[in-house]
Design a binder for this molecule. Structure first.
Ligand code: E4P
Length: 217
C-alpha cells in the first residue's frame, strides 16, 4: 500500500519523506491556498519544490472545467516535472481529458469521486489513479469505506489497472481500514501517518527497558 501525504506544506512533506515511508503527494487548490500559494507562477514553482522533496508521484490539479482548457493546463503541468500527475475533476470533460492523457502516456488522477459508477468511468478512461473521498462521505453520514470496497470489487472483477487512491483520509483508522480493504494508495494528513506510530505499551515498554539498562550499568 502506498502512502501519499495530502498537503502543500513543505515542512510536513519533508517530515514524512524523512521517515522513509512516503510514496507521493496530493494537492488541490484549497491546500495550495491554505499555504498562501497563489498566482500561476508561484503555484508552478511550488509544484517543483514538492517534486524536489519527494521521490514519487505528485498530483497537481487543473482548474479548467472544459476539455480544451484541461488539456492545455495538464500538458503544462506534465511538462514541469516527470513526477507530476495531472489531477482532473470527475465531470464529463474531465473524463474526456483523462482519455486524452492516457493515450499520451501522461499519468492522471481523477478526483472528487463519490460513487462506484464514477470510479468505473474513470477506469474506462484509463486513469492512473481514482480518488474516492471517504472522509467527505463520512461527513454526510454515508459509509465512505463501503465505497472503497465497492470500487475494489469492480476493479478486481475486470482487472482494471487504475489504482484506488483513497482520499479525504482523516485519521489512522481510515488508513488501517483502507489497508484491510485493499486500497492501493491512501492520501491523508501527516497526523494520519504519524498516528500509526502510537501505542502506550510501546512507550511503557521502552521506558522500562531503558530504566533496566541504567540499573545494570
Ligand atoms: C484528495 O486528493 C483531496 O486533496 C483530499 O484528500 C481532500 O480531503 P478533505 O476532504 O480532507 O479536504
Amino acid at each position: 500500500m502506498k502512502f501519499f501525504i495530502d498537503t502543500a506544506n513543505l515542512d510536513q512533506i519533508k517530515e514524512a519523506q524523512d521517515m522513509g515511508v512516503l510514496d507521493g503527494v496530493t494537492t488541490n487548490p484549497s491546500l495550495m491556498a491554505k499555504e498562501g500559494i497563489t498566482g500561476h507562477d508561484n503555484i508552478m514553482k511550488h509544484y517543483l519544490d514538492i517534486c524536489n522533496i519527494v521521490d514519487g508521484d505528485v498530483s497537481a490539479e487543473v482548474i479548467s472545467t472544459d476539455v480544451e482548457g484541461m488539456i492545455k493546463e495538464g500538458e503544462a503541468l506534465a511538462a514541469l516535472h516527470e513526477q507530476i500527475v495531472v489531477k482532473l475533476p470527475m465531470i464529463k470533460d474531465g473524463i474526456k481529458a483523462c482519455k486524452y492523457f492516457s493515450s499520451k502516456g501522461i499519468k492522471t488522477n481523477v478526483t472528487l469521486v463519490f460513487s462506484a459508477g464514477q470510479a468505473l468511468l474513470a477506469a474506462k478512461a484509463g486513469a492512473t489513479y481514482v480518488s474516492p473521498f471517504l472522509g467527505r462521505l463520512d461527513d454526510i453520514s454515508t459509509d465512505g469505506l463501503n465505497l472503497i470496497a465497492e470500487i475494489r470489487q469492480i476493479y478486481d472483477n475486470y482487472g482494471f489497472g487504475t489504482q484506488i487512491l483513497s482520499a479525504s483520509v482523516r485519521h489512522t483508522m481510515h488508513v488501517i481500514d483502507c489497508a484491510k480493504i485493499g486500497s492501493d494508495v491512501m492520501t491523508g494528513p501527516l497526523s494520519s501517518i504519524e498516528g500509526l506510530l502510537k501505542h502506550p505499551l510501546t512507550d511503557i515498554g521502552l521506558a522500562k527497558f531503558l530504566e533496566d539498562y541504567k540499573k545494570g550499568n
